[in-house]
Design a protein around this ligand. Structure first.
Ligand code: ADP
Ligand code: ZN
Length: 207
């Protein structure tokens, strides 16, 4: 009997505007050219531009199924799993830690799993399960953006404006890419709790 093709985990990470969605879409398009069967998902917290597709800030899109949780993703995926080679997940920082066992199971079944998501919060802390996924991945692509203050390579996502506006994930004008020098960690306690983000006790922004 021929053993199943080994699975593979790829993580695409970096700050906002670093091109994660663009890179994910590029890989999906190439996979389709290679006749891989693709299923693409994203948490429905991301209200950016398109409700039923992933979208880059440069207006590239790819059809995606919205999922409310990892359990929901699993439910959506199970019935079609036999007919899928590549499972893509965008904005995966919003998913709970059960994304890790799900990913492991998919890999054991010989699936290619490509996950894109922010590696750090607006406070500059490791974000959700992305760091753990990076640890178990076959390949990690860490992208940088361009700092909107000084033009240097940017590894941070800067939140601008008030906490009230926080739920508008990815909304234009509320976020900027920033380099280490220009980044000011966002440490609004109320907001951090609301999104279960780590709370930062002191500011480390240096100008
Ligand atoms: P991500 O998914 O990482 O947020 P996207 O793939 O959605 O990134 O968007 C990347 C695109 O965003 C770039 O190709 C560029 O057109 C645009 N862009 C806007 N602001 C910036 C920035 N500060 N640095 C780099 N690219 C930016
Ligand atoms: Zn800068």
């Amino acid at each position: 009997m021929i053993p199943p093709t080994p699975g593979r985990i790829e993580v695409i990470t970096g700050p906002m505007f670093s091109g994660k969605s663009e890179e994910l879409i590029r890989r999906l398009k190439r996979a389709r050219i290679g006749r891989q069967r693709v299923a693409c998902y994203k948490p429905d917290l991301d209200l950016r531009y398109q409700r039923d597709s992933i979208a880059s800030h440069s207006a590239l899109t790819y059809d995606a199924t919205l999922v409310a949780s990892v359990a929901h993703l699993r439910e959506e995926l199970l019935p079609i799993l036999c007919n899928v080679d590549l499972i893509a997940i965008d904005e995966a920082q919003w998913l709970d830690s059960s994304i890790l066992p799900l990913t492991s199971q998919l890999v054991l079944l010989g699936k290619r799993v490509v996950v894109a998501g922010l590696d750090t919060t607006f406070a500059g802390e490791p974000f959700g399960s992305i760091p753990s996924l990076m640890a178990v991945a076959d390949e990690v692509t860490k992208l940088s953006a361009i700092c909107m203050v000084c033009g240097a390579p940017a590894i941070h996502s800067q939140r601008l404006g008030s906490s009230q506006e926080l739920v508008v994930v990815g909304a234009g004008g509320l976020y900027e890419a920033r380099c280490r020098r220009c980044f000011l960690p966002y440490a609004d306690d109320e907001t951090s709790e609301q999104l279960e983000l780590p709370v930062v006790s002191g500011g480390f922004g240096v100008h």
